[in-house]
Design a protein around this ligand. Sequence first.
Ligand SMILES: C[S@@+](CC[C@H](N)C(=O)[O-])C[C@H]1O[C@@H](n2cnc3c(N)ncnc32)[C@H](O)[C@@H]1O
Length: 204
Amino acid sequence: MPKAWVRRHKRDYYYRKAKKENYRSRASYKLLQAVEKYRFIKPNDVIVDLGAAPGGWLQIARELVGEKGFVLGVDITEIAPLGYDNVVTMKADIRNAETTRKIKAVLPRPADVVISDVSPKVSGVWETDHARQIDLAEISLNVAKSVLRWGGNFFVKAFQGDLLRRFLNETRREFDVVRVIKPKASRKESAELYVLGLGLASRS
Ligand SMILES: C[S@@+](CC[C@H](N)C(=O)[O-])C[C@H]1O[C@@H](n2cnc3c(N)ncnc32)[C@H](O)[C@@H]1O
């Protein structure tokens, strides 16, 4: 890691807050701020968290659903156990179709909410990073469509750029309401934003 990056990271308000409040990542506050505004996770919900490592969103999701809800975290890397019976983790690649089948097999019932903070390794080349992020957002949307109940919600990381409009249109086709969100905890200089789909629509 470049020294300047490490210095800036340690000075960062949300980085220090996460350390103090025992959250595994500063990303926890992005989810928390979005849920505070749009209320898309409720007590007792079944949640699927894609790209869940190291587990900051899992911690927030568990707090929101409580002991009667259920949270499944999926990541290509291992996630250290959170220590709750109703938080389960799975090491898997969301690009693999088999992962969707495995997710369905673990859930107690179709999910109420799919959240995805999946992001690729950044190459530094703008077009490449944008395209990879949108590709993972589209894969997350496909997973959401197969594991959510009708009326369920979807919250996913995306990147500003040419392909965003196409992704927004795809999401609008599936959900009753779609919002683009930039939580305060997401760095201003970052192209990152989040897309929220409320109410998976039935097409029958
Ligand atoms: C920004 S981090 C997620 C942080 C997490 N929301 C938290 O609060 O701790 C992005 C994650 O996406 C995961 N990831 C990237 N590509 C993936 C893939 N194809 N399948 C599953 N996970 C993936 C990475 O391993 C990484 O842990």
